[in-house]
Write a protein that binds this ligand. Structure first.
Ligand SMILES: Nc1ncnc2c1ncn2[C@@H]1O[C@H](COP(=O)(O)OP(=O)(O)OP(=O)(O)O)[C@@H](O)[C@H]1O
Ligand SMILES: [Mg+2]
Length: 279
């Protein structure tokens, strides 16, 4: 098991022969002000994500995961610190510019799919291309749906699709603009375990075959073990940042019972290392 702390990849990442980080955040803080009260939710986060990485962000409720994702997704600005997205410093961009960056560089997948009720799959996936004023819309939307295994479901409404299929439409919609990365907020949170596996398979395939940088927020350690790196937050700080030694391949082995899972996860995903390191 290999551990690396905040910013330990600093050396080398800026050399010209190494690829540019998709995400490079430096000392990001976020403070919410509510009347007299100031709530510091992020307290100095450093994170570098290289192209093609597949990582999950975990941590207790209230630790700042969604706050961080909103900043990563250019939906919100940090209070201080810098954010380079695909080389561009977005930490001080005005909202209009942010929106443009968001549409071009980021695909979002949400827990509740966020599909339009009366719109068929093909049209749902075409919409981001319409907003972007892109050409070849139908062809590209079809290709995106084919890449998530839904080439036969183009004219289905969300109500005519299973939960897993609906989430796959949402994934196709997220990737049709060819974003630099996909941000997914509990994308399997509303799915039963079979559909969750189905969706996880798609994410793994897109990451492996197209090299799409993918960041997940998940509460589910089993899901996190299917990604390549786990970043743990607590109280607005990164308390662990670890490569997953042998990521699971979706669907390859049965999910163990909850008790077994907790046992192994406690050692694997949360702590890593050998027993002696944390006794
Ligand atoms: N817009 C806001 N204004 C004020 N406080 C906020 C705002 N958004 C979040 N917070 C506070 O910031 C803290 C972190 O919230 P955040 O949503 O980032 O947590 P989280 O790790 O995503 O939790 P969960 O796992 O429950 O989704 C919480 O204490 C929350 O109450
Ligand atoms: Mg959250």
């Amino acid at each position: 098991m290999k551990w690396f702390g905040n910013g330990s990849r600093k050396n080398g990442a800026h050399k010209e022969d190494t690829p540019r980080a998709v995400i490079d955040i430096r000392d990001i803080t976020k403070t919410y002000v509510m009347g007299e009260i100031q709530l510091q939710v992020l307290r100095g986060i450093n994170l570098k994500v290289m192209p093609g990485e597949f990582l999950s962000i975990m941590g207790p409720s209230g630790s700042g995961k969604s706050t961080l994702m909103n900043i990563l997704g250019a939906l919100d600005q940090p209070t201080s610190g810098q954010y380079f997205l695909d080389g561009l410093d977005v930490s001080k961009l005005p909202e209009q510019e942010l929106a443009r960056v968001r549409n071009k560089k980021i695909g979002f997948v949400f827990q509740s799919f966020n599909l339009l009720k009366r719109t068929d799959a093909l049209r749902q996936v075409e919409l981001p291309l319409v907003y972007a004023g892109a050409s070849n819309r139908t062809k590209r939307a079809k290709a995106a749906l084919e890449s998530v295994g839904l080439g036969q479901r183009l004219d289905h409404l969300p109500s005519e699709l299973s939960g897993g299929q609906q989430q796959r439409v949402a994934i196709a919609r997220a990737l049709v603009n060819e974003p630099a990365m996909i941000l997914a907020d509990e994308p399997t949170g509303n799915l039963d375990s079979r559909s969750g596996t189905e969706v996880m398979k798609i994410f793994q395939q897109l990451n492996r075959e197209k090299g799409i940088t993918t960041i997940f927020v998940t509460h589910d350690p089993w899901i996190a073990r299917h990604t390549n790196r786990v970043v743990m937050l607590r109280d607005g700080l990164v308390i662990a940042d670890r490569e997953v030694a042998n990521p699971l391949v979706a669907g390859e082995i049965e999910r163990p019972s909850e008790a077994e899972e907790l046992e192994s996860v406690f050692k694997e995903a949360y702590y890593g290392g050998s027993e002696s390191e944390y006794n």
